[in-house]
Design a protein around this ligand. Structure first.
Ligand code: ZN
Ligand code: ZN
Ligand code: ZN
Length: 585
């Protein structure tokens, strides 16, 4: 929890001439939608109190004024085309304020062009006018540290020329490119957010098109993608509507954040890239709750001390699916979700053991020797005190202890931690959610239970007859019991979030909508949307307000909803006050 993050401010999303294009009267250039106004492509990364630009195009002054930036720590250049470098002269105010040169980074080729274009900066003859002061750093393609964050250059082809994308933690920014070489694709696994050049629909010799970038997305499967460097041939609204919901069109002013750490690598077979030796914890880790987090912290601690990898072993499918399918639980989290959460708890690599009859039949000794020691290179193992392993669950912590002495690995068996006078477990969390006890679930998880999905058109009842709502299309097998909840709703593509009230139910007040399959999750935002409605949201369940109820008529329902809103507002205000008090302490 609370792992460091990189905030990304999108400064410009336009192609080299920007949008509108001078003198053009096309529908996009004359569109009233502010998201169709695109300055030249650039983003600002903020982390560890530092501000790092990627590219400095001709609109830089305007972009930084709009953002109110008061300090600049470095510039990473992708390549030396005019639309990415011509703003370099605008670093002077930062030179004055900070009384230091600004470090700039780029390939040898990029730096050579910058030296030519900005000859006056690098000539020793000083005139009376002020010139920018920069400190040139030539990068050779290897990852490097910038203020405590690893920056990985990602070489891409830009027509017959070259360009660099940059990866930072779980995010990556790939502007101008027409192709991504296979070696570079390997640098882009497991991303939380990916920016991609998507100039237009028609082919272009030096830029990726919408279709090509969608192919890249299909191959890399980042959690979220943002198209950028866009021409006036793509209108924001229409183009975005045609894209699958994890893909959005970036716009000037968009802000989001990603984990500053690389997400844990997920491996499904022994050998590289799995790193050994490692400290290891083992379990299903469904939900990655507070109890799991404790095991992972201990693993990370030991791995850090010894210089080993911090690792977790989990199973897919859930072992119960093989040995007792009728008892197999509905999962709170997908493998990807779990890996992402584990990253936040300090885990660097996750081994997903394909659980089958053969694995289920291994004796406890075989499991330890073959899988944990030889396969994964575990030197230190951290498990819960009730850990069972091997055929018919016949191995326990006592046996593991004997094996640890005989085979020479470290062992820590941890007592379960409690919440609400019961041991924290994924099963207990599922039970809480089934009963609508979302606050108890949140306490055990260490965060509110959330459901993510696309916003879909509802039955129209919400908006016409009562209050406007966002209808969520969800895939999670675990939904809190029917009822009305205080929630927080987040736009998964930006930092936007709203206090909200959410109804989980069968819409009983209206005829013909009561069959099992029409269970709906409807969220009413308590503060105005202001911008366009989100396309994909995550709804966090904070507190249960009441059961779902049938009302005489829509007006009775409306009155009840207004009461729900009042109570929810009071709840959100209490939380805000509490957070403020904690901050003031
Ligand atoms: Zn460009
Ligand atoms: Zn135009
Ligand atoms: Zn270019």
């Amino acid at each position: 929890m609370g792992a460091p993050r990189v905030r990304i401010d999108v400064l410009g999303t336009g192609t080299s001439v920007g949008v509108p294009s001078i003198g053009c009267g096309c529908p996009v250039c004359t569109s009233p939608d502010p998201r169709d106004k695109r300055l030249r492509a650039s983003v600002l990364l903020r982390y560890h109190g530092r501000n790092v630009l990627i590219d400095a195009g001709p609109d830089l002054r305007q972009q930084l004024l709009r953002l109110g930036l008061t300090r600049l720590d470095a510039i990473l250049f992708t390549h030396a085309h005019a639309d990415h470098i011509l703003g370099l002269d605008d670093v002077r105010p930062f030179n004055f304020r900070q009384k230091e040169a600004i470090p700039i980074y780029g390939t040898r080729e990029t730096m050579a062009t910058i030296r030519q274009v900005f000859r006056y900066i690098f000539e020793t003859l000083h005139s009376q006018s002020t010139i920018p002061r920069v400190e040139v750093n030539t990068i050779d393609g290897r990852p490097f540290d910038l203020f405590g964050l690893t920056i990985t250059p990602v070489p891409v082809k830009h027509g017959s020329g070259d360009c660099l994308g940059y990866r930072f933690g779980s995010g990556a920014y790939l502007t101008d490119h027409s192709a991504i070489p296979p070696e570079s694709m390997k640098l882009l696994a497991g991303l939380d957010a990916l920016f991609l050049d998507a100039l237009r629909h028609r082919d272009h010799p030096t830029h990726s098109t919408v279709r090509q970038s969608l192919d890249t997305v299909a191959e890399l499967q980042p959690r979220r993608t943002y198209f950028t460097h866009i021409s006036h041939e793509l209108g924001h609204e229409d183009t975005e509507r045609s894209l699958p919901s994890p893909v959005a069109i970036a716009f000037d002013g968009l802000a989001l954040d990603v984990a500053a750490r690389e997400p844990a690598r997920v491996a499904r077979s022994f050998g590289p890239p799995w790193r050994s030796p490692c400290a290891l914890t083992i379990g299903n880790f469904d939900g990655v709750h507070r109890g799991h987090a404790e095991l992972m912290h201990l693993v990370a601690q030991r791995a850090g001390l010894e210089g080993w990898a911090a690792a977790a072993l989990t199973f897919d499918p859930h072992p119960a699916r093989i040995v007792a399918p009728e008892r197999a639980p509905r999962l709170l989290t997908s493998i990807e979700d779990r890996a992402r959460r584990m990253t936040e708890e300090g885990i660097e690599q996750v081994f997903v053991l394909p659980f089958d009859r053969e694995i289920a039949a291994l004796s406890p000794e075989e499991f330890v020797e073959r899988i944990l020691l030889r396969g994964l290179g575990a030197r230190h193992i951290v498990v819960g005190e009730d850990f069972r392993f091997g055929a018919k669950q016949s191995g326990d912590v006592a046996l593991l202890e004997t094996l640890s002495k005989r085979l020479g690995f470290g062992l820590q068996a941890i007592r379960k931690i409690d919440s609400h006078h019961q041991h924290i477990s994924s099963t207990a969390i599922r039970r809480h959610l089934d009963k609508g006890e979302v606050s108890a679930a949140a306490q055990a998880l260490g965060r509110p239970y959330a459901i993510e999905g696309e916003v879909v058109r509802g039955h129209g009842i919400g908006s016409k007859q009562t209050v406007p709502t966002l209808n969520l299309a969800w895939t999670s097998p675990v939904v809190p019991a029917r009822g009305v909840y205080v929630t927080k709703t987040r736009d998964t593509h930006s930092l936007r979030e709203w206090p909200s009230v959410t109804n989980v139910g069968f819409r009983p007040t209206f005829e013909g909508a009561s069959d099992e399959r029409s269970l709906s999750i409807e969220t009413f935002l308590l503060t105005p949307l202001e911008d366009a409605p989100p396309r994909r949201i995550s709804v966090e369940f904070l507190h249960r307000l009441r059961d779902e109820r049938k009302f005489e008529d829509p007006s009775a329902l409306r009155e009840q909803i207004l009461r729900d809103v009042t109570r929810s507002n009071a709840y959100h205000r209490r939380v805000a006050r509490w957070v403020q008090t904690v901050r003031d302490c």
